[in-house]
Design a protein around this ligand. Structure first.
Ligand SMILES: [Zn+2]
Length: 401
């Protein structure tokens, strides 16, 4: 998915300018109420960052205080406030100075329900009903506005309205599906996921799951003892821990995704291949719901980051990737004598089991390209030293990895 923001100056009718001004002020109030409530904290002393929880705690109050501000704008203000609060918390976690958010009346977030886009104008939810505002576009010809706003390839999404020097500007979020430039060719990085070794690549990099597993068990213990007390406030505390749990894990997975994308860049890869994540928990010994969640989240982060560098991500059928020899192709259960050790019963190739699996995952994607109807595929697999071409891989037992 490719995302852009297009800035469009709006012509707001004079008789509606006060309504729009009032809308931005009420949106500001709404966001401020939510942020202030977040910093009044949970019973456990933690600042509230959960959007769902903030919704329950503030929705009625905000509707009243803002004299019935449009419900979509109330929700957008709550999300906007929650994101700002999260920003403060993550600054604190990184040892930086940050204060409780204070909002100005210059920005309103319009989710897709609160704005309607037309070819030459938009309508915006506002006090006293929708405001119709025409786009002020440059003269005819190719410009960002015509490229994105009137182009069916781009989907128009959430926008923010900005008030600046007496004028209104709509920052329109647009997105489109990206087609990999060269889906057939290119170099593939294979990635194997696991409980003990959270990630291993076909280039021989490995990241232990030790830190994640240790932290998860700690939280499980705390949660277990809280659930036994069973009181109302204990339940709230449990939710709070859920938030914090996902925050540290997300932070870790975010850093891991960066490292994986960096590894792919180092090897000039165009695709990063993972195993299919559907039902991964059932396939993987020792995997908890947490791991299934963590793998999906990691994939999302990698997918997002990879796009920035023009790379794509894919998921391949995981069948036999752990039993197959990445060197000679021989496949049998006995190739895997121990959890972490791979040893081919045919050619004697020995390697870390997850490294061997990562190569097989990459090879599967390489192979899928070879079978494409166009028949021109020349995908190759990124390896520790150089690359391995698919034709070598599948016809010869002599290829060294
Ligand atoms: Zn072998």
């Amino acid at each position: 998915m490719i995302r852009r923001t297009v800035v469009v100056k709006l012509a707001v009718p004079d008789e509606r300018r006060d309504n729009l001004r009032e809308t931005t002020e009420r949106f500001r109030q709404a966001a401020q109420l939510v942020a202030d409530r977040a910093f009044e904290r949970n019973d456990d002393g933690y600042v509230i960052t959960s959007k769902t929880k903030l919704h329950h705690l503030t929705y009625q109050q905000v509707r009243q205080a803002t004299d019935g501000l449009n419900a979509d704008l109330v929700c957008a203000a709550r999300n906007y406030a929650a994101d700002s609060v999260k920003g403060v918390i993550s600054a604190w976690q990184n040892g930086k100075y940050a204060t409780q958010p204070t909002f100005t009346a210059n920005t309103v977030v319009y989710n897709k329900n609160a704005v309607t886009y037309r070819d030459d104008h938009c309508t915006l939810a506002a006090v006293n009903g929708r405001v119709t505002a025409e786009y002020i576009l440059p003269p005819e010809g190719e410009n960002p506005q015509t490229t994105y706003l009137r182009n069916d390839e781009w989907e128009l999404r959430e926008s923010t309205l900005h008030y600046r020097d007496g004028e209104y500007y709509l920052h329109v979020g647009v997105a489109k599906d990206d087609e990999p430039l060269d889906a057939e060719g290119g170099t593939v990085l294979g990635v194997d996921l696991g409980v003990k070794m959270i990630a291993a690549t076909s280039t021989g990099c490995m990241w232990s799951g030790g830190y994640l597993n240790h932290r998860r068990r700690e939280y499980e213990t705390i949660r277990g003892s809280l659930q036994q007390t069973g009181t109302e406030s204990a339940h709230r505390t449990i939710d709070g821990i859920g938030d914090r749990e996902s925050r540290w894990a997300e932070d870790y997975l975010h850093r891991l995704s960066k490292a994986l994308v960096q590894e792919a860049r180092t090897h000039d890869c165009s695709t990063i291949a993972f195993e299919d994540l559907t039902d991964i928990r059932d396939r993987m010994p020792g995997a908890k719901a947490f791991h299934a969640w963590a793998f999906r989240r990691l994939y999302e982060y990698v997918e997002y980051k990879a796009t920035e560098f023009g790379m794509s991500t894919t998921q391949v059928d995981p069948a036999y990737t752990s039993q197959r020899c990445s060197k000679c192709g021989h496949t049998e259960r006995g190739n895997r004598p121990k959890q972490e050790r791979f040893c081919c019963r045919k050619c004697g190739y020995e390697a870390h089991a997850d490294y061997n699996a990562a190569k097989n995952i990459g090879i599967k994607h390489v192979h899928a390209g070879q079978k494409s109807p166009r028949g021109r595929a020349n995908r190759q697999l990124a390896l520790k030293s150089g690359t391995l071409n698919v034709s070598d891989e599948f016809s010869s037992a002599e290829v060294s990895a």
